[in-house]
Design a protein around this ligand. Structure first.
Ligand code: PMP
Length: 352
């Protein structure tokens, strides 16, 4: 008998983007924010060391109130976790374990990993020819998980499509999970649909728009029954997933809406400028409603372009799944980063 459980041996864990040590790179490989978090975050963290001898508030009450206020919801429609990855994991356990779950074939690659961990029967529906999510294909009477905007394509599904899917899922007593990790960079969010749909769970993160990837805070928005199910899973795993520093930092960040809107606008402008320059050069780039661009860097395999960029000190992400292989996912950095990566991509892809 091996030491490991059958479960541990059977897992195919998620592989995160490289976090380099030593050499300084222009780091455009893990969709981090190029700007620091709100200056209010530093102030909120000051003097908290003494309080760390006590366990945190397990309900993250102050943070939940702040998130609720900014989203026009009630605090009991909010659930906070240690990064949205953890919130997603809890949601897979709470709503999909032992069930059939549908997801687009190209989406956040953590979903099939959670599915395996929690015994979810995960089935995929291919993206359409233009890389958009096939909403009609996902309507098969089972729960659905999707990222909107999608990752790593960056393509955004308009609200009427989400509504159609939510309606279909509700008719079948199924939860629709919409992962809005990148929604701050998109034209709209599905939060307004929460009034209509008690089966809709929206998952969000502080890692991208709020520049707190190093703090690990994520949250879910949904009806009380869904939030309660998440709480049941949390309290069967770790009652205190969001520590005191994270609660204070995230609360300060979420309330500084002006700062977030400003840095988001800057990122969106740099994104659109880079995309236009690449398109003008004749390079295919999918439309993006996120803080990254999906760039076709080769006919068959973009790995050599990724390596050439790395040699020049620029990190971007490459995925090896067959349909994704010709593409690179480029996180939107500062204006200066984007000038450098735009020039390098045009030169390396077109040989100019
Ligand atoms: N959802 C999507 C679609 C993502 O790309 C990411 C970032 N890897 C996450 C969720 C997780 O973000 P975090 O755990 O940092 O909140």
């Amino acid at each position: 008998m091996p030491y490991e459980s059958q479960l541990a041996l059977s897992l195919s864990p998620y592989v995160a983007g490289e976090q380099p040590k030593g050499r300084t790179f222009i780091k455009l490989n893990t969709n981090e924010n190029p700007y620091p978090p709100s200056p209010r975050v530093g102030k909120a963290l000051n003097g908290l060391a003494e309080s760390l001898r006590l366990y945190p508030d397990m309900e993250a009450t102050g943070l939940k109130e702040a998130i609720a206020k900014v989203n026009g919801l009630s605090p009991d429609q909010v659930f906070c976790g240690n990064g949205s990855d953890e919130v997603l994991a809890f949601a897979f356990a709470a709503f999909f374990a032992g069930k059939r779950l549908l997801a687009p074939d190209v989406t956040y690659s953590f979903y099939p990993v959670y599915a395996q961990l929690f015994g979810v029967h995960y089935e995929t529906v291919p993206l359409r020819e233009d890389y958009s999510v096939d909403v009609d294909g996902l309507m098969q009477g089972a729960p659905v998980a999707l990222a909107n905007p999608n990752a790593p394509t960056g393509i955004f599904l308009p609200l009427p499509e989400i509504r159609k899917l939510a309606e279909h899922c509700r008719k079948n007593d199924a939860v629709l999970l919409v992962d809005e990790a990148y929604a701050a960079f998109a034209p709209e969010t599905a939060v307004s649909l929460l009034k209509e749909f008690d089966n809709l769970l929206i998952v969000c993160t502080f890692s991208k728009s709020h520049a707190l990837a190093g703090m690990r805070v994520g949250y879910a928005l949904g009806n009380l029954r869904l939030i309660d199910a998440l709480r049941r899973v949390r309290d069967s795993f770790n009652s205190y997933p969001v520590d005191r520093l994270a609660q204070a930092a995230a609360e300060a960040a979420v309330l500084d809406t002006e700062y977030t809107e400003q840095s988001t606008r800057r990122i969106v402008a740099a994104r659109d400028k880079c995309r236009e320059a690449l398109l003008e050069a004749g390079i295919q780039v999918l439309p993006s409603a996120t803080n990254f661009l999906f760039v076709r860097a080769d006919e068959t395999d973009a790995a050599p372009v990724q390596q050439a960029l790395r040699n020049e000190g620029i990190l971007v992400r490459h995925f090896t799944a067959p349909r994704l292989k010709p593409w690179l996912r480029v996180t939107v950095g500062t204006e200066e980063d984007m000038e450098k990566v735009t020039e390098a991509l045009i030169r390396l892809i077109l040989g100019k």
